[in-house]
Write a protein that binds this ligand. Sequence first.
Ligand code: SAH
Length: 400
Amino acid sequence: MKKVILKRKIAQRIFNGHPWIFGNEVEAVNIDTTKIADLTTIAPGEIVDVYYHDNKFCGRGFINPKSQILVRVLTRKKEEINEQFFYNRIAQCWKYRQQIGYTENCRLVFGEADEMPALIIDKFNDYFVIQTLAYGMEVWKPAIVKALQQIFSPKGIYERNDVPVRELEGLPQVKGFLSEPFDTQITINENGLKFLVDVENGQKTGYFLDQQDNRRAIQHIVKGADVLGAFTYTGTFEIHAAHYGAKSVLGIDISANAVEQANKNAALNGLEKIVHFEAMNAFDVLKNWAKEGKQYDVVMLDPPAFTKSRETIQKAITGYKEINLRGMKLVKDGGFLVTSSCTNLVPPDLFLHTIELAAKDARKKIKQVVFNAQAADHPIVWGMENTNYLKFLIIQVCDR
Ligand code: SAH
């Protein structure tokens, strides 16, 4: 097995257990004691051993010379990486979800946070959606599928590898069945409601499980309320609002597909008289309606990630400030703003600070009601900052 020797000066991150090793942290890749490998000759996905500069064992993982992340460490032990390894890891992930009470629908594998770099598996009752986002994980896809078959005897497995990050790894974008074909429009239960999940054409894996607990957090504030939701996707928060006793709910999303699915979801729950959805640009809606002086008891915002790169964080912050300022203006005196951010480069304290600045500019007094992260089936690993990515905030908004 090839040996990757780290430079003397590497980030503390690697000692602390973070699995990513960048090309500029590597001194050399040795074929044996005498030969140094030419990186261009190394097959992507090959399993390698990683050693610190002083020749102490660091871990074992997969290499990809095409990727900026040269090695992703799979284990800190000298254990064999084979089918059994992947079976054990998935079984361990499942055991954890059972321990914490996430069994019917859950993120079964959350990549790095589950020591499975670049692997995402969502479980929607008897169906599984997987993403293998690095070359080395792609190589083990058959082993992963076999483990799922053995542990769950699922009704279906689908791959949603139609994501651009795969190209950074030299992998094509693909989607399709990894089991016998099945009807890709599946129905899940969440908090006593039913939702259609389009695993073939929906966004990401088809459904945002990370907000599953936060959707319950709006239960009391929406009673008898007129509610506006923006960035609704398939309408989960808005349908929860109607179910919890809102008087009227309007949901806005830019995607016509999402809006169509959201309206179907409303009907599926018999709530179509209370909640409906329209395809509009939420940035325009928030801006224009705030100017027009429209007012709601509750406004909910759940936009997509605003940036994936450090260079544009400031722009993302400006975006958060703007939509939240407008959102606050749309809230009646004493009403509530429900606001989220899934940008992992914006840490929780920075998000809260941005909301504070928005409140100042909007001339509002705010009171924190709830501040949460994502559901616990997406573990937050201490020392791995980007696993703490979702910010979910409810504030009461009062005039000054
Ligand atoms: N709240 C949803 C998830 C929202 S994901 C849930 O819990 O399931 C973010 C959504 O924002 C996506 O559906 C996307 O289509 C939508 N979106 C992106 N840009 C938008 C825009 N300019 N106006 C309205 N919606 C937008």
